[in-house]
Design a protein around this ligand. Structure first.
Ligand code: PLP
Length: 410
């Protein structure tokens, strides 16, 4: 990887080998970063080096190779914890954000929830932050309250305050950044208000960590989840941050190896710390890959990611201004670089198919946000989502192809 102090997307994209491949015979323009990001060579190399030099199961071996794998795994946890400004003992590895939400809802919330308790969600949540809560609500008799949105995609904070003030509310779970609207929720003040009302806060950071530097110690949330694959790391690895006093209250989520103290047919005692919540052989390679992705982001001026992606969004808006019937979903001023839209009389899947033929990868559908789609009045929408390696040229290729597609379809 080239060493650079400046944030230069043209240089950055050279670190991502996949970006030089073709899509339907045309140079790839990858604009599906909210679904998953591409991986820099350093992450690919870290995975390859782990499997070619250091692969061993962790926690049990006494041989050198096992120690090497153990050290790499431990140091990966530390790198990620340092990056988030928390302790390694507060970092639980999962398969991703979805497993993280299932872990928190089952292991922390379910044992404390009782009939009539209220769990607060918002209308912009991904299914991963809805369905696990519905499952535990069904089993405990808790109720789900939903904070509505304004037209621009911002949260109705007065309604949120009303829910937080209810003596029945026990937990709020919301996204930091919406994967559809790009809305960046004011989580600092929301967390503060929730805590004043004795309400626990879970933050779905799946769409924030790839764009914004997050300091969990300063935020003070109870839990934070994200997926490695949206952060330039491999699939199958994710993180739950659990603030230490909450961690102590979490009951084992899955049973098996690695999470026990003593097992007999008369019963089992569990080990302590995060290992109690990480049953079975962990994804060691994934954790190492995620740590490498974090190291990569530390080498570029990551504070410029959000402004850069916002510039790409502004350029997109300029270029599509004359497309008749185009409506952008989510127009809050400081939104993330996500351009989700509908065009009157044009089906988003047809649009995506024509864009694909020109080498442009975008996403259409409900984006795992069916309640939000209902609020927007669409079954499906189209979405282009930007990342650190996208350039003005990508925007020009995307918007020119979009105009051609619309002229055929509308
Ligand atoms: N939360 C948000 C806001 C997301 O955008 C996604 C994925 O798109 C998820 C959660 C779930 O992530 P994963 O499928 O990696 O578990």
């Amino acid at each position: 990887m080239s060493d650079r102090k400046l944030f230069d997307p043209v240089t950055i994209r050279k670190d991502f080998p996949i970006l030089s491949r073709k899509n339907r015979g045309k140079p790839l323009v990858y604009l599906d970063n909210a679904a998953t990001t591409q991986k820099p060579q350093s992450v690919i190399d870290a995975l390859s080096s782990y499997y070619s030099q250091n692969n061993s199961n962790v926690h049990r071996g006494v041989y050198e190779l096992a120690e090497d794998a153990e050290n790499l795994y431990r140091s990966a946890r530390k790198t990620i914890a340092d990056w988030l400004h928390v302790n390694p003992e507060e970092i639980i590895f999962t398969r991703g954000a979805t497993e993280g939400m299932n872990l928190i809802s089952r292991s922390f919330a379910q044992p404390m929830l009782k009939q009539g308790d209220e769990i607060i969600l918002t209308e912009m949540e991904h299914h991963a932050n809805i369905v696990p809560w519905q499952m535990v609500a069904k089993e405990t008799g808790a109720e789900i309250k939903v904070v509505p949105l304004f037209e621009d995609g911002s949260l109705d904070l007065n309604k949120l305050s009303e829910h937080l003030a209810s003596p029945k509310s026990v937990l709020l779970s919301l996204c930091h950044v919406s994967n559809v609207l790009g809305t960046v929720n004011p989580i600092e003040r929301i967390i503060e208000e929730a805590h004043q009302n004795d309400v626990k806060v879970v933050i779905d950071g799946a769409q924030s960590v790839p764009h914004l530097k997050v300091d969990l110690r300063a935020l003070g949330c109870d839990f934070f989840v994200f997926s490695g694959h949206k952060l330039f790391a491999p699939m199958g690895i994710g993180v739950v941050y659990a603030q230490s006093s909450n961690l102590e209250k979490m009951s084992p989520y899955q049973g098996g190896g690695d999470m026990i103290d003593q097992v007999s047919f008369n019963g089992t005692t569990f080990t302590t710390g995060v290992q109690r919540l990480e049953a079975g052989t962990p994804n060691v390679g994934g954790a190492i890959g995620l740590a490498e992705a974090v190291k990569y982001l530390e080498k570029i001026d990551f504070s410029r990611a959000h402004p850069h992606e916002k510039n790409l969004l502004s350029l997109t808006r300029e270029h599509v201004r004359e497309i008749p019937g185009l409506v952008e979903h989510g127009t809050t001023p400081d939104k993330a670089g996500v351009f989700c839209f509908s065009i009157d009389g044009v089906h988003p899947h047809d649009l995506a198919t024509l864009l694909d033929a020109e080498g442009i990868a975008t996403r259409t559908g409900h984006h795992c946000c069916q309640p939000l789609m209902k609020r927007l009045g669409h079954e499906a929408t189209a979405r282009a989502s930007f990342s650190i390696y996208n350039t003005d040229e990508d925007v020009v290729r995307f918007t020119s192809a979009l105009k051609r597609a619309v002229s055929i379809l509308a």
